[in-house]
Ligand binder design. Structure first.
Ligand SMILES: O=P(O)(O)OC[C@H]1O[C@H](O[C@H]2O[C@H](CO)[C@@H](O)[C@H](O)[C@H]2O)[C@H](O)[C@@H](O)[C@@H]1O
Length: 260
């Protein structure tokens, strides 16, 4: 499904899909806005595995144009580590926040700043490795500060993985928490989220003084959406405001003036 029309009345955007559904929201003008986008399920479609994601034709060009038109104020805020966003998007975003805000690179070529957080208990990793061995099709994605148990290829294993993770969270006594993700459970240190990343990025150039427009699709994105709204900006979610990533991308290309 793709958007095929947009009416802009002042700052009100109306996206109409081929099936004639209508989505309305307000977005600041490009010279007043800062854009902070989630990656998986927002800029790109969900794929069977994290590596299988495809950056659709035209997206890089659209994002470059957007960055150009909003004074460089374009960031990607992802649950993925920063190097994976670099792999898919290269130098397109000005800033990148990875691991849900734990790692932030504020400017192109700049250092990656990591939040100081509790160290992941190695015993959980050992147990997680054993667990994914027990359930074929599941997989472990190890991040620096936590890990993800994926069950997209083995949906029937989701409940068992969750139960194990809940046991670890009981031991963690609040230092870590369990995040529901898309066909996955993520174990993350408590204290940093995408809202923190939005707030931090918005404190410095080229984002400072602009109104944040955050777009995401998952539970973890709700913190980014809330932070953008707190900062007098806009928080939009797929599927509430855009039915699919494809419609979101169509809207983006219309926003920068390449009507599709
Ligand atoms: O914050 P995001 O940029 O949306 O990243 C969220 C997680 O995305 C990845 O997993 C999800 O997307 C995969 C590719 O579409 C999919 O196969 C998987 O089932 C999803 O859970 C990534 O692997 C995670 O590290 C991110 O936290």
């Amino acid at each position: 499904m793709r958007a095929f029309g947009r009416i802009k009345q002042g700052e009100v955007h109306v996206v109409r899909t081929i099936s004639n559904n209508e989505f309305r929201f307000q977005v600041p003008a490009l010279d007043e806005a800062a854009f902070l986008f989630d990656f998986d399920g927002t800029l790109v479609d969900i794929a069977p595995t994290p590596e299988a994601v495809v950056v659709p034709d035209g997206l890089a060009d659209t994002l470059r144009q957007l960055r150009d038109k909003c004074g460089d104020a374009l960031a990607v805020i992802s649950g993925r580590p920063i190097d994976q966003i670099d792999h898919f998007l290269g130098d397109i975003p000005f800033a990148v926040a990875g691991e849900h805000g734990i790692a932030i690179r504020h400017r192109p070529g700049g250092p990656i700043e990591r939040a100081a957080l509790p160290t992941l208990p190695q015993q959980w990793l050992i147990e997680a490795r054993a667990l994914v061995e027990m359930y074929p099709g599941t997989r472990l994605e190890h991040k620096q500060a936590g890990f993800v148990l994926h069950y997209r290829a083995a949906p029937e294993a989701g409940a068992a993985l969750k139960k194990a993770a809940e046991g670890w969270m009981h031991e963690a006594d609040g230092a870590f928490h369990l995040q529901a993700a898309k066909m996955a459970w993520e174990i993350r240190p408590t204290g940093v989220d995408k809202g923190y990343a939005v707030s931090l990025l918005m404190q410095a150039a080229p984002f400072e003084g602009r109104k944040p427009v955050f777009v995401g699709d998952d539970v973890t994105d709700e913190d980014g959406i809330a932070a953008a709204k707190r900062l007098k900006g806009v928080g939009l979610r797929i599927p509430t405001d855009f039915p699919t990533p494809a419609v979101f991308r169509s809207w983006l290309s219309m926003l920068v003036g390449q009507e599709r």
